[in-house]
Design a protein around this ligand. Structure first.
Ligand code: KG4
Ligand code: ZN
Length: 338
């Protein structure tokens, strides 16, 4: 079954063609980073307008690259939740119009569930369950027990900032461009991670929940001086900035690794699947490898970490086999739990 995937929940317009949930024929995207950079984050109205401009040319590009025609597509899968409402609507309406015009079924897919699936589809062997899943992205930070594709129990999530959002904000304090995660990773390589004793938060009575806002504030005060706000100038030298980046990155990832190992023990699972933009970090992967005990950590292929449509098409295939196709009344949902 050939599935055309459409992703437009935030600032990437992405299209992919995936066969039977796994074989990627093509996976293309148009990033809007250059547009949003000057605002230090995503400007929603501009993002949705760009999706309109990019969707159809990207679909044509994907079909051409993979040498398929529109008629070869058996199913259209599209992210319908969660994300920026105006952005989701653009991809969803495109999927509905194509579905109607080509008489091809379409299915709505949960974007965060697709991030979980991205490591499952990247693994050469079929996954077995139960397993643990982690999503570490710009908008979401959560842990779930996976009993099957489509069957999840949420066991931990952030009570304030998402991990990627925290990297983006700290990057801004350090005068680094958006998106901040890769910039912090780069700067941290020349820094000393033992220089600042940062720590991520603990959530009382919820050992698997995350809290990054206290960490972010401590980092802010180290960069700008105690009790200063984010508009104050930095008081650090370039070397000290690198030390802050390294110490912050270490503190944030140490917390994630520790809670993941605890969750795996509590759920008695050995396999852990990780997804979302932050899993692009080699520093994070190295830390899991080093601290990882007897667990197996599965990361997405690099091109499936950040927002992409291959994970949408891949998950859409499984959803279509277990559920009916979506109807044309399916609405975009900006906030939706897994
Ligand atoms: O999954 P994603 O593309 O978008 C959402 O669904 O949110 O994730 C984007 C996030 C951004 O916050 C970005 O700063 C972060 O992933 N990110 C990283 C790295 N690469 C991307 N964070 C830390 N280290 C990285 N190397
Ligand atoms: Zn995402």
């Amino acid at each position: 079954m050939l599935v055309l995937g459409i992703e437009s929940t935030c600032d990437e317009t992405a299209i992919a063609i995936v066969e039977n949930g796994r074989t990627i024929h093509t996976n293309v995207l148009r990033s809007q980073i250059e547009t949003h950079k000057r605002y230090g984050g995503v400007f929603p109205e501009l993002a949705s307008r760009q999706h309109v401009d990019h969707l159809l040319p990207l679909i044509e590009k994907a079909l051409k690259e993979a040498s398929f025609s529109r008629k070869d597509i058996d199913l259209i899968a599209v992210s319908y939740a969660p994300g920026l409402i105006g952005c989701i609507v653009m991809g969803l309406n495109c999927a509905k119009a194509l579905s109607y015009a080509l008489d091809t079924p379409f299915i709505g897919v949960h974007h965060v569930e697709a991030h979980l699936y991205s490591a499952i589809m990247s693994r050469e062997k079929e996954a077995t369950y139960p397993a643990l899943g982690l999503v570490l992205s710009g908008g979401h930070t959560l842990m779930a027990r996976i009993d099957d594709i489509g069957s999840y129990t949420l066991i931990g999530s952030t009570v304030d900032d998402a991990i990627g959002e925290c990297f983006d904000k700290v990057a801004r304090f350090l005068d680094l461009p958006y998106p901040g995660g890769p910039e912090i990773e780069k700067l941290a390589r020349s820094g000393d991670c033992t220089k600042y004793p940062f720590k991520a938060g603990r959530v009382k009575e919820h050992p698997l929940h995350f809290s990054f806002s206290g960490l972010k504030t401590n980092v802010l005060y180290s960069i700008k001086g105690q009790n200063n706000d984010k508009t104050a100038p930095s008081i650090l030298s370039e070397k000290e900035k690198a030390d802050v980046a390294a110490s912050f990155q270490k503190a944030a990832f140490k917390d994630i690794v520790k809670k993941t190992i605890l969750a795996a023990q509590m759920e008695n699972v050995k396999d852990v699947y990780l997804g979302g933009g932050v899993t692009n970090s080699q520093a994070l992967r190295d830390m899991f490898d080093k601290e990882g005990s007897k667990l197996n950590f599965y990361f997405p292929k690099k091109e499936l970490c950040l927002d992409n449509a291959a994970m949408i098409a891949g998950l859409g295939y499984h959803k279509y086999l277990s559920e009916n196709a979506s109807s044309l009344d399916l609405e975009a949902v900006p906030r939706k739990q897994l």
